[in-house]
Design a protein around this ligand. Structure first.
Ligand code: ZN
Length: 385
């Protein structure tokens, strides 16, 4: 039998003291709690995530939408269904049932006219794993049926992001002799977008994707994947229809705002960069430009037009050639931020490895658009955009 010596006793007491100390003071500085689904933080307002009786509550309907649950609502009750589980709340009896079984404790509740549900109840009932990551004050829902980062990787990623937002870095001038090239892709999401993601993953480079809102609903997970892989999501209008987009200034800004909401509800990311269909000149009026500024948007056209959209699949080498020509010309004109226009099309998929390989070989830096490093690039030479 081991005898307790004084040093050992001291150690035991020390260990007990350490463990009984209140958790680090992070909670004092930041009383927020965050909700994550797989590898992304969900966009909830501060007051939407509530801490009540050691339970973390979230708005029932909004969180159910994030889980792609089916939602049925009547005057009498709301029912959400996901992975063979139904959760109902009866507005008259205020009862919560999970697969018809009444849950009496920690159930759905109405607070300030909004229905809340303990995030653990919602997640676990619908077959998600639910872990609280105290380092980042985040409840994380995930399933192993879907690829995701490990908890330590995820924690590290979120900490890094929070540090970046806390201290935005000033615009670094492009290294002399090392211009930045932005690869931008219009007209996705579509099947070629996922090919482009694959190619860019292989070269470890990121791009900027100007998506068409009306296509996003058919490619929700691809939209999320594009964001999760570090590319920048940007706006290319809802309809891409010349007559509709440019019908009037309110119609124009309406399409951009609607698409912003779509992307934000899917990814939590709020896009701020617009590329208008067919380019901003001559279609974008000064009234439209004012509205863009008022709503906090920026607008990009391009430096290098590859004309990839009209080159046939067999002639994809021409796209590589026009990138080379265009970039070299821009560099001769002392441009340090070169925006290359491409499209999510099959011929571009064929050309992309050649384009990236050449840019890397030349020593250019390939970057995604970042709003904090915005450089003005529009055909109206409007520096406020
Ligand atoms: Zn387009």
């Amino acid at each position: 039998m081991m005898k307790l010596t004084y040093p050992m006793l001291f150690l035991v007491v020390l260990v007990f003291t350490l463990f009984s100390l209140p958790t680090p003071s992070l909670a004092k500085e930041d009383s927020n709690r965050y909700i994550a689904l797989h590898d992304r933080l969900l966009a909830f307002e501060k007051e939407e995530v509530r801490l009540e009786n050691a339970q973390i509550l979230v708005p029932f309907e909004k969180m159910s939408r994030y889980l792609y649950a089916d939602i049925q609502k009547s005057d009498k009750q709301i029912t959400i269904t996901k992975n063979d589980t139904s959760i109902s709340y009866n507005f008259l009896t205020t009862e919560t049932t999970v697969n018809q079984v009444i849950i009496s404790d920690n159930a759905v509740q109405m607070i300030d006219d909004i229905l809340y549900i303990p995030v653990r109840l919602l997640g676990e009932s619908t077959d998600f794993k639910v872990d609280y990551l105290s380092d980042i004050l985040t409840v994380r829902l995930y399933t192993d049926r879907y690829p995701h980062l490990s908890h330590p990787q995820f924690i590290q990623q979120i900490k890094k992001k929070r540090n970046e937002t806390a201290s935005p870095k000033p615009t670094p001038p492009a290294e002399p002799g090392k211009p930045i090239v932005y690869l931008t892709f219009d007209d996705g999401p579509n099947r070629y977008t996922s090919e482009h993601l694959k190619i860019m993953r292989n070269y470890n480079v990121k791009g900027t994707f100007f998506f068409v809102g009306n296509q996003i609903s058919s490619f929700k997970s691809l939209t999320q994947q594009t964001y999760n892989e570090g590319h920048t999501l940007a706006l290319h209008s809802m309809t891409h229809d010349r007559k509709s987009v440019y019908a009037s200034a309110p119609a124009f800004i309406g399409e951009m705002k609607k698409e912003t909401e779509m992307i934000q509800s899917l990814t939590g990311f709020k896009p701020t960069l617009v590329r208008t269909p067919y380019g901003s000149k001559p279609y974008v009026t000064s009234a439209m430009r004012s509205l863009l500024k008022k709503e906090g948007y920026k607008m990009w056209d391009w430096d290098v037009d590859t004309l990839d959209w009209k080159i046939s699949e067999a002639n994809f080498q021409q796209i590589i050639t026009s990138v080379k020509k265009g970039v070299e010309e821009a560099i001769r004109a002392k441009d340090q931020h070169i925006v290359v226009l491409l499209h999510d099309r099959v011929q571009t998929t064929k050309a992309l490895p050649g384009i990236i390989a050449w840019l890397i070989e030349q020593g250019y830096s390939i970057q995604p658009y970042k709003s904090e490093l915005h450089v003005s690039q529009n055909f109206w030479h409007d520096n406020e955009l």
